[in-house]
Ligand binder design. Sequence first.
Ligand code: SF4
Length: 349
Amino acid sequence: MDRQFGSFRIDIDEIEALIQREGYASALLQVPDGLMRHAAELAREIRSGTGIEVVIDGDTCYGACDIAVSRAKALGLEALVHLGHEQIPSMEIDGTLPVHYFRVVEEMDLSEMYNGLDRFLKKVKKGRVGILTTAQHREDLDKAASYLEDHGLDVLVGAPGIRETFPGQVLGCSFSAARSLSKEVRIFLFIGTGRFHPLGISLSTRKDVHCVDPITGDLSVIGKDDRERFLRIRGAQIASAQDHLRTDKRIGIILSPKPGQKRDRLARDLENLCSEKELDPYLVSMDILSPMKVRSLGFKVACSTACPRIVADDSILYMSEGIVLLSPIELRIVLGEAKFSSYLLDEEW
Ligand code: SF4
């Protein structure tokens, strides 16, 4: 049975039933930052319902890719209970510790979303629309699609790729659902907050993306100007990396130990490529990246194989420390192994 924790709905009975069925004596409870203020209450409920020891993981969780298996094992706990993210289907999980994902539904007043959809319908009166969202708004996608269909639009929902769990889902590291519709639709509609995901959809399809913010009802568009601005910034970073590497051949290739961000083969391929091009590459393991850490290692140029959003979102912070942080494809462009004209966001999984 679902129980309410603030605006979040969680099926605690399902969690307790699983713990009892598996016979665990202890578990690490990992929740997203937004749910952290309810973590103590959740731990108390699970503890009193099952009698097991529940330890709260107090570290930041960046997504379904960032599960605390190693911390649970280090503490000698028997299982990891991970709330609030959908499991990434293609992610390899260390099989020595059981990991259980549970859904969290955030209750939202959808009136603003419908207001935003009405604004969209005033601009786009007919035709075929591809609709996309993030895991946070999974529940809203079907409602928005039905509403648009009732108002005369032909709505298509993209097929999930290897990292997504439901049709129409996009992640900051995968826009497969958008590309699966690219030949069939002229217009994309993104239901969600922030600019990163619609910009990713727009870059990976080279099409404009209308965005309805379900919380404020605002309607905005990510278009050609936004794509060009992003590409100009990345082009300048690539040129800057080429300048630095002419005089200082050292480059850090950052490798994440997070289970769903670890791309060791890619990192080693990039290391080999750098060596072939007579650079001086170093593999660096880093759980949480920061400009200060990269600077303290003395690198002017680094390439991150961790979460793709770090390069896209945080490169300005690295620039202010005098560091160029590149994605894998950007490094290949620097090395003359790829062309800037076919620039893509980092989705190499
Ligand atoms: S790798 Fe980054 S974008 Fe992908 S799921 Fe993890 S946190 Fe999100």
